[in-house]
Design a protein around this ligand. Structure first.
Ligand code: 13P
Length: 253
């Protein structure tokens, strides 16, 4: 259960990463819309850029939120290959994943850049889902708390507690992503509890777990007091594997 008195609605976000053509993306949205999703959970999907507009049209009249997987911090300019916040807003994007470990690893996204993007997303009225987490070797060396503290402090630098509270953080241990190995629910909760205390405002923010979260482990993760939802990769690519996670979030939050 969440902390007594807390009003943190569960949030389940599907990060489709570099998967799905427009046709496949629309097909999945039709499948999700055919399911009865519990009204007490915020459900969000993050298709690749090419499918965002078609998915927005497919989602019309639905409560499922639209999320981008990254964005540039500037509003426009000479940044070949990048997508600006106003372009996302124009399509109806409400959430944006920032600082995913794959972007930090393959695209050189730094803590400072994540901070600039977080402030930019808020300026444009989007909810940042800031991803943090440690590598396998950092985990083994006991550096997890140090690493995530540094990452969240950089992401939220210069923001007031109210703005911070409106953001979402996803704790994704890098060694758990796509590996089938997930962090033990109690250990994940302990890290997330630490994150909650690391920056003013995060005590009221929604904090998610990510990394091989599936129907089989969602109930145990969601039952933890500090875990408000999940950022789901592989299991978000089909309604049959995604919807049971949403149901578990509803039943165990
Ligand atoms: P998996 O659920 O495939 O482990 O991916 C997690 C993730 O990186 C979500 O952003």
């Amino acid at each position: 259960m969440n902390q007594p008195g807390a009003v943190r609605r569960p949030l389940i976000a599907g990060n489709w990463k570099m998967n799905k053509t427009i046709a496949q993306a629309c097909e999945l949205i039709r499948e999700l819309r055919a399911c009865t999703l519990p009204a007490g959970v915020d459900v969000v999907v993050a298709p690749p850029f090419t499918a965002l507009q078609a998915v927005a049209a497919e989602l019309r009249g639905s409560s499922i939120g639209l999320c981008a997987q990254t964005m540039h911090e500037n509003d426009h300019g000479a940044y070949t290959g990048e997508i600006a916040p106003p372009m996302l807003r124009e399509i109806g994007v409400r959430y944006v994943i920032l600082g995913h470990s794959e972007r930090r690893a393959y695209d050189g996204e730094t803590d400072e850049a994540v901070g600039r993007k977080t402030r930019s997303a808020l300026r444009h009225g989007m909810t940042p889902i800031v991803a943090v987490g440690e590598t396998a070797s950092e985990h083994e060396e006991g550096l997890t708390l140090e690493k995530v503290t540094m990452q969240v402090r950089a992401a939220f630098a210069g923001l007031g507690a109210r703005e911070v509270a409106s953001c979402v953080v996803a704790y994704e241990p890098i060694w758990a992503i796509g590996s089938g190995h997930f962090e033990e629910p109690e250990s994940a909760d302990a890290v997330i509890a630490h994150i909650r205390r690391a920056v003013d405002g995060l005590e009221d923010a929604r904090l998610l777990y990510g990394g091989s979260m599936k129907a089989q482990n969602a109930a145990a993760l969601m039952a933890q007091p500090n875990i408000d939802g999940g950022l789901i990769g592989g299991a978000s690519l089909a309604a049959a594997t995604f919807v049971p996670i949403v149901e578990a979030a509803y039943a165990h939050a």
